[in-house]
Design a protein around this ligand. Structure first.
Ligand SMILES: Nc1ncnc2c1ncn2[C@@H]1O[C@H](COP(=O)(O)OP(=O)(O)OP(=O)(O)O)[C@@H](O)[C@H]1O
Ligand SMILES: [Mg+2]
Length: 475
């Protein structure tokens, strides 16, 4: 480079000499490429430093010769041509891509359904039944079906697997993309997070709403007439088994007027939300059902839930992994339209004391439960049911008003219940019924409704057999 760039003060003549040499080299060299390149460097360098105009004019003539030379050189012509073509294509490609994006943004619309959202399963189920689809990637999903007689069968459904699927919905094309999001896992279920993206034309975007409503209605219709039982799974509620058929309230026979009273109380509570809010009272109501085993406590709660079209969240307080924090979280995240059921509430804390004595540290503390019960502050109504066989063992703090607002003793069978149950199993056998009732009274012993049910199930369609077996009811 020192040769090409003169030091300050060096005469233009030296450089001109160098130029003429370069040109003559170029002329004499018979178009040698290496030499030409070198001379062109010199030519280009000169005008900058010469400053007297003579360099500029000579350089432009050199430049003309140089470009002439390039034009006449087939290698250069082809190279520049290709370069120009490449650059042109690149620009065109970018333009097409931009235009594509623009059209995509203007004409297409996406809808994303993450696997965390409830509509995700509804959509997959809807899709598995949808006839007009073109899927080559399928996943298997095992569905459990409960029949009217209570038996369960399993069947397999093929749902769209990860990948792209094209469907035609109400005349519009819809692209469905099911993607797993990398290595991220849902720790509560151990499955990878997924997203489903639906894409359709902008003008057909209203179809998303139709499609999701259809999927939702379909999912709901499958649960109609059923009660979903939720149990706690880590920090969240999960449906436990398949939804059960609603239990008919008439099938639970309690002492006269008890069921009706309870139902009226709940309905009254559910209809008076503003009364609670206006007075700043937490919109919750606690019910305690106590009584001997097999008297129908759990059954009536299930039947009430069915009657009100509510689901049931069962919380087992003696679960060793349940902590105060988890309890609090669970109680504040109860699925909508659900009853919270705490069964055998006395047993939880008796066991707790024992386990504390034995050095077990985990579990819910009594104060943790009280706090969780008090803290159940939600925009929705909260119905909390507790059951126990031993109300006398309960701490008064647990059953004080505000935590338990309604107490009901569900006791062993009364004469009324014996009669009603007999007639429910042996409809129209009024004469045998009176005989049966008298024999039970003569037993002079308490009889639970569960025992009666057992006797009737054993003597199905045989009222006389039930009468004969009354002595077996004596405890
Ligand atoms: N009052 C009742 N009417 C109809 N069926 C009843 C009644 N009581 C008990 N049964 C029947 O007896 C069985 C046990 O009843 P359930 O589980 O409701 O008793 P429980 O009071 O909750 O008992 P536990 O205190 O042991 O939990 C059920 O199959 C239920 O159908
Ligand atoms: Mg029970």
């Amino acid at each position: 480079m020192d040769k090409l760039w003169p030091r300050q003060g060096s005469s233009p003549g030296v450089i001109a000499g160098a130029t003429s040499q370069g040109v003559s080299e170029s002329e004499n060299a018979g178009n040698g490429v290496g030499v030409s390149l070198q001379s062109s460097s010199r030519d280009l360098a000169m005008p900058v430093v010469s400053g007297d105009g003579s360099g500029a004019s000579s350089s432009s003539s050199r430049f003309g010769q140089f470009s002439e030379f390039l034009e006449s050189n087939p290698i250069f012509t082809a190279g520049f041509g290709l370069m120009g073509l490449g650059a042109g294509l690149a620009v065109a490609r970018q333009g097409v891509m931009r235009l594509g994006n623009l059209i995509y943004r203007q004409m297409l619309v996406d809808l994303e359904i993450p696997s965390k959202d409830k509509s995700y399963t509804w959509f997959l189920e809807w899709m598995s039944q949808y006839p007009n689809r073109n899927s080559r990637h399928l996943s298997i999903q095992t569905a459990v079906k409960q029949h009217d007689n209570g038996s369960i069968t399993t069947k397999f459904e093929l749902v769209p697997g990860p990948g792209k699927h094209l469907i035609r919905y109400k005349g519009a094309f819809m692209l469905i993309k099911r993607e797993r999001s990398g290595r991220l896992m849902d720790l509560t279920s151990g499955t990878p997070f997924e997203t489903i993206t639906l894409t359709t034309l902008y003008r057909d975007r209203h179809l998303f709403n139709d499609l999701l409503t259809e999927a939702h209605t379909r999912a709901q219709s499958q649960q109609q007439g059923k009660t979903v039982i939720y149990s706690s799974f880590g920090p969240e509620w999960r449906p436990f088994g398949t939804p059960r058929r609603k239990r008919d309230l008439d099938s639970v026979i309690l002492a006269e007027g008890v069921k009706e009273r309870m139902l009226d109380d709940i309905k009254d509570f559910l209809n008076t939300s503003s009364w609670y809010y206006d007075r700043g009272i937490p919109y919750r109501r606690g019910y305690l059902l106590y009584g001997p085993p097999g008297s129908g406590k759990s059954s009536v709660i299930q039947a009430l839930a069915g009657e009100l079209d509510y689901n049931i969240c069962i919380l087992n307080l003696s679960e060793i992994t349940l902590t105060d924090d988890r309890l609090n979280h669970l109680m504040n995240h109860i699925p909508e339209r659900s009853i919270l059921l705490l069964e055998d509430i006395d047993a939880a804390f008796n066991e707790r004391k024992q386990s504390d004595d034995q050095g077990f540290m985990s579990g819910v503390t009594f104060s943790g439960l009280l706090n969780a019960l008090d803290g159940v502050a939600s925009a929705d109504e909260r119905l909390i049911f507790m059951t126990t066989n031993h109300p006398e063992r309960l701490d008064p703090a647990l059953i004080r008003p505000g935590r338990v607002d309604y107490k009901e003793c569900i006791d062993n069978a009364t004469e009324y219940q014996v009669r009603q149950m007999f007639l429910r199993f042996y409809e129209g056998h009024d004469a045998e019924c009176e005989l049966f009732v008298q024999k039970v009274i003569d037993l002079n012993s308490t009889v639970s409704t569960a025992q009666l049910q057992g006797l009737f199930v054993y003597n199905k369609n045989n009222p006389q057999g039930a009468i004969d077996m009354v002595p077996f009811l004596k405890q």
